[in-house]
Structure formats: C-alpha cells, structure tokens
Design a protein around this ligand. Structure first.
Ligand code: NAP
Ligand code: GCO
Length: 266
C-alpha cells in the first residue's frame, strides 16, 4: 500500500445536495485530497451560495441545479457534467430529507416524498453514473445511510424505511457491479450537528439542553454530537484506491452509538 492510494488526484466527484451540511464537508475534504468537485441542489440560489462557499474554502466547485428525484433531469445533468467537467469517478448520494411525524399521522404522500429523495434518488443517480464507470474501468459510489439504517425510533418511519433500504441498495450495487471494479459502500453518520438536526438541539426556554440532545449525549460513548468534519476521513478513504477491496460495507461514523446500551441515568 502506498500513501498515494489515499489520493483523489485526477478524479471527478459528484456529491448530491452539497451546498451545505454533510455534503459540503465531504466534498470539501475530497477536494483537499485532489478531486474535482461537482455538486447539485434543487434551487439556483443554493447552488450559487454553495459555489461561493466552496470558493471561500479555496475550491473551484462546479454546481448544477437538479432535483435528484427527477430521472430525466439527473440523466441530463450527468451528461452535461461529462461534457463540461469530466466523467464521474466518485458519486456520493448525500441529498436527503426527513419528516418527523408519528406514523399514524403521516400521509402516504409524505411517506412517499421521503422515500423518493432518500432511497429512489440514490437508485436514479447511481443508475445514471454506472454505465460510464463500467466503460472507464472503475468507480466509487458512497451512499449516506444513517443510524436509522439499523435502528428505529418514534416519528421517523419513512426515513428509517428509506435508510434501511439504502443499506440494501448499497449491498446490491456492490454485488451487481463489483466485477467492473466499482465499489459501493455506505457511510452511516451518527447524530451530526447540521441544519437537519437543529430542531433536536434547540435550547429550551430555560436555557437547558433539549431533552433529545441530552439523550444523544447519554447514548454516545464519545459523549458528544458528531461534526461534519468527523465524516470527511471515512469518505475520502471509501472514495480512494485504498478501499478497492471494501465493497458493500456500511461504515458507521457514530462515536460508538451502535455498540453502546447507553449511560445509566444518574
Ligand atoms: P441537510 O442539512 O438537510 O442537507 C440536505 C441537502 O440535500 C440540502 O442541500 C438539500 O437541499 C438537499 N436536497 C434535499 N432534497 C433534494 C433533492 N430532491 N434534490 C437535490 N438536493 C436535495 O442534511 P444533512 O444533515 O447535511 O444530511 C445530509 C445527508 O446525511 C442526508 O442524506 C441525511 O439523511 C444524512 N444523515 C444526516 C445525519 C445528521 O445527523 N445530520 C445523520 C445521518 C445521516 P435544499 O436545502 O434545497 O433542500
Ligand atoms: C432523527 C435524526 C436522525 C439523524 C440521523 C442519525 O430525527 O432521529 O434526524 O435521523 O438525522 O439519521 O443517523
């Protein structure tokens, strides 16, 4: 093994939904490892903000407006990226939404919307990039899974169903395309400080920590929420040649949550 095996020099990486949050951090880390960064978002204003944020970080990123649930739009975006930037070597299926609603109060449309973004879209985008990866003789697909790929909890039925499915889609892409030197793995973040989890960390009127915030601290051996930076090293590893024999694996970056029964209440 050579240290250059961890380099992403000469590679084109598409990170979906990466104007901010986990996607932005992973894309920024991949850029530091040498990758050319391409990202998308639904709204032009967010793409513009994202490009400015990457520029501020010294990264010349390429941004595209695209709803990852729209197969025609995704196919067109992947074709445009190939023409304007280069064939995609690394795909990070990061775009995602969550709706925290008790299952019996959730409409079928709300359930479908979460599954559409969190599960159907990774299928759509992976399907769009795999043919050129086969032609090129290599490819890396990283699906951003979740604690909810393994665990359930109240109010996140659609999200857990989607992220559980995403774990199996990861394994199936690995199974079906491994022979073409394409590796598909997942990253399962623990509880990370991003806009998506902000409601779970809001200070209470009396200034105390949110009950869920306290719960997560007790459930995490590291006794802290994760930061987006905690995910960068694992993502660069799974995007690099250093992981060419790692396939169908979900790497949980959770501070130990899945290994721990939780701190006994004092
Ligand atoms: P976030 O802050 O809500 O960012 C999600 C990104 O996805 C946003 O840029 C959003 O764009 C984009 N997006 C949503 N729907 C899209 C669509 N249809 N097409 C294109 N882009 C779309 O979320 P995050 O916390 O960074 O999470 C990123 C990923 O990590 C998600 O898959 C999430 O499930 C997963 N995850 C998060 C945590 C955590 O603790 N934060 C833990 C485990 C897994 P808009 O702003 O335009 O909606
Ligand atoms: C929730 C949180 C989690 C995190 C993440 C944990 O409401 O439970 O949003 O779902 O986003 O997926 O890994």
């Amino acid at each position: 093994m050579e240290m250059k095996d961890f380099s992403l020099e000469g590679k084109v990486a598409l990170v979906t939904g990466a104007s901010y949050g986990i996607g932005f951090a992973i894309a920024s880390g991949m850029a530091k490892a040498g990758a050319t960064i391409v990202f998308n978002d639904i709204k032009q204003e967010l793409v513009d903000k994202g490009i400015a944020a990457y520029k501020e970080a010294g990264i010349e990123a390429h941004g595209y407006v695209c709803d990852v649930t729209d197969e025609d739009a995704v196919q067109a975006m992947v074709k445009q990226i190939a023409e304007e930037v280069g064939v995609i070597d690394i795909l990070v299926n990061n775009a995602g939404i969550i709706k925290r609603i008790p299952m019996c109060e959730m409409t079928a449309a709300q359930f479908r919307q979460v599954v559409d973004v969190d599960l159907n879209a990774p299928f759509i985008v992976s399907k769009a990039v795999i043919p050129a990866m086969i032609e090129k003789g290599h490819g890396k697909i990283i699906n951003i899974c979740s604690m909810m790929s393994e665990l359930g909890r109240e109010t996140v039925s659609a999200y857990a169903a989607a992220k559980g499915g995403l774990k199996m889609l990861t394994r199936n892409i690995a199974s079906e395309y491994g022979e073409y030197n394409i590796q598909c793995n997942g990253i399962g973040p623990g509880y990370i400080e991003t806009p998506q989890t902000a409601p779970l960390r809001e200070r209470q009127p009396d200034g105390s920590r949110h009950p869920f915030d306290q719960f997560i601290i007790a459930k995490t051996p590291a006794a802290r929420w994760g930061t987006t930076d905690d995910l960068v090293g694992p993502a660069v590893f799974l995007a690099s040649d250093a992981s060419n024999f790692v396939n169908g694996h979900v790497l949980y970056v959770d501070g130990g949550i899945l290994a721990y029964i939780g701190k006994q209440p004092q």
